[in-house]
Each structure stands twice: as structure tokens, then as C-alpha cells.
Ligand binder design. Structure first.
Ligand code: ZN
Length: 295
């Protein structure tokens, strides 16, 4: 790759776009049991790892993450049990090692545990061999701690490198949940070729972090009240329901797990559950269904 972008020839700019792209839609004609909508809740159990990844090793930042494991997770598991809603927990391996009982408890409670890096590393800052090594170590660690081999990945911070899809395929994973080319599931293409890997797309709109994150020493401040977030997420769900599609949501125990925000999550789940034909499913269950239902 040489020169400025405006100097690239067509094969160069087209090559960048084609490296990882959305292929055919995997939106199914129907959901299991005649459900009108699939609801895929996810929690990224990062806890202390984003601070550790940034070399923030002092107690203040680490305690903010520890809250997620100590307070957020028990509240979330109780709420999911109340609504009988299976969910997916994307957990960095170091977080799972710090909270071994938690990783196991997800599986025991009927939820899915999936990959979310080794220490919440930024993939695009790593060389390919290091990214690959961390991904394999993370998969082995989660399998050892939970007794189940992960079948999906969410790249930490949705930071997807030029090598991530190749590593995902080498790991034999069935799905990724880090990209944003659709509202509905789709198949990932690598250099124009179908990969068989399903993308369950995410969006910052359906993520608690951009609304609630706060950093004492920067201009990062929450700007949306919790009930404003509830209103956005209800609108997202209502539209998914009207279209007969997928409602996917990303949250973090150390962010959503606080009192005023759990009120919002509780009201959201009550709003969803009040509809006919709601299928709460883990990400892996959604993937299994769309693969089985594809024409
Ligand atoms: Zn994360």
C-alpha cells in the first residue's frame, strides 16, 4: 500500500473493502416456535481487564471494574432468571481467571460464554502472530474453566484487525459479533469468498458504554439519562419486532449493573416480555437457527 488514498488504484481501494465484507443475508423466514422476534442479549464481562490492558494498575480504576463482578453480575443473573432469558457473556480470559466461579456459573445457569480476547487487547495494535496466540490461549482458558469450548467471538472494543477473520476461521468458530453491516444476521465474506462464519451484528446504539461511560480526567461524561437510553432501546426493539427480525443488545456488568440502570434494563425486559412471540436466545442459538433455516 503506497501513496495517499486519493492516489490508490482501483485494485487497492477495492481490495481494502473486499477483505471482510457482508455476504448473503441470513435473516430467516421464521423464528423457532413461530416467534415474531429474536432477542439476543449479551454482556461483555470485562471487569478489570480494560484498565489492565491500558496498564492502569492502581486500585481506583480496578475497583470500578471489580464492581461488575461483585455487584453487577449477581443482579444480571437474577434478572435473566426472572425473565427466563438465556444470554451470552463475552468474557476476556484474564477476567475469567480472576472470577473463575463466575465463568462457570454462566454455563450452569444456561447461558453461553464466548470469546472476548485475552486481556481486552486491541487487535489492531498487535502483530498477527500475537493476536492469534492470544485468541487460542483465550479459547483454551474458557474451555478449561467452563467445560465448554466457545463457538463465537466478540473482538474486544469491536476492534477487528485485517487478520481477525482468518484467526476466527482457524479457531473453527461459528460466529462473530463485532461488525455492523446490517441489523440482521449475515454471512461474512473474505476477499469475496463465503466463509460460513455468521455475523451477528452489533451497533453503538445498542450498547450501554457510549451512553454511560465516565472518565474523571477527560471530557468523557455520560450525556444520556438512563430513561433516555430506555426510550432508544424500546424503539430499537419495537422496530425489530415490527420487521420480524433480530434485536441484539450489548451491555457490560460494570456499566449496566448500577441501580438506576438496572431499573432501565428491568423495564426494557418487561416491555419485551409483554409482547407475543418473543424468542430469547443466546447468540449461539440464533446462529444455529439461521444456519439451519438458510435456503
Ligand atoms: Zn469488552
Amino acid at each position: 500500500m503506497t501513496g495517499h488514498p486519493w492516489q490508490w488504484d482501483e485494485s487497492t481501494w477495492r481490495g481494502h473493502v473486499e477483505r471482510v465484507r457482508a455476504g448473503r443475508s441470513l435473516r430467516p423466514a421464521s423464528w423457532p416456535g413461530g416467534a415474531k422476534v429474536a432477542v439476543a442479549l449479551s454482556f461483555d464481562s470485562d471487569h478489570e481487564t480494560p484498565a489492565l490492558r491500558d496498564g492502569e494498575v492502581l486500585p481506583g480504576k480496578l475497583a470500578q471494574g471489580e464492581y461488575g463482578a461483585r455487584v453487577g453480575v449477581p443482579r444480571i443473573l437474577a434478572l435473566l432468571a426472572e425473565f427466563q432469558a438465556p444470554a451470552t457473556f463475552f468474557m476476556p480470559a484474564v477476567s475469567a481467571l480472576l472470577h473463575e466461579g463466575e465463568a462457570k456459573s454462566y454455563v450452569v445457569s444456561g447461558h453461553e460464554v464466548a470469546l472476548h480476547g485475552w486481556i481486552h487487547e486491541r487487535n489492531t495494535s498487535l502483530d498477527p502472530a500475537t493476536e492469534r496466540d492470544l485468541a487460542f490461549r483465550a479459547a483454551d482458558t474458557l474451555e478449561r474453566l467452563t467445560g465448554t469450548r466457545p463457538v463465537g467471538i466478540r473482538t474486544p472494543s469491536w476492534d477487528f484487525s485485517a487478520d481477525t477473520l482468518r484467526i476466527t476461521r482457524e479457531l473453527g468458530l461459528r460466529y462473530d459479533s463485532s461488525l455492523m453491516a446490517d441489523d440482521e444476521p449475515y454471512e461474512l465474506l473474505a476477499d469475496g469468498e463465503p466463509t460460513g462464519v455468521v455475523e451477528l451484528p452489533v451497533e453503538w446504539i445498542r450498547d450501554d458504554a457510549p451512553y454511560f461511560m465516565m472518565d474523571r480526567f477527560s471530557a468523557l461524561r455520560p450525556y444520556t439519562p438512563p430513561r433516555g437510553v430506555l426510550s432508544i432501546w424500546k424503539d430499537e426493539f419495537d422496530a425489530a419486532y415490527a420487521e420480524g427480525g433480530l434485536f441484539q443488545l450489548t451491555m457490560h456488568p460494570h456499566i449496566i449493573g448500577h441501580r438506576s440502570r438496572m431499573v432501565v434494563l428491568t423495564e426494557l425486559l418487561a416491555h419485551i416480555a409483554a409482547h407475543d412471540g418473543v424468542w430469547f436466545a443466546t447468540h449461539a442459538q440464533v446462529v444455529d437457527h439461521v444456519l439451519a433455516a438458510r435456503p
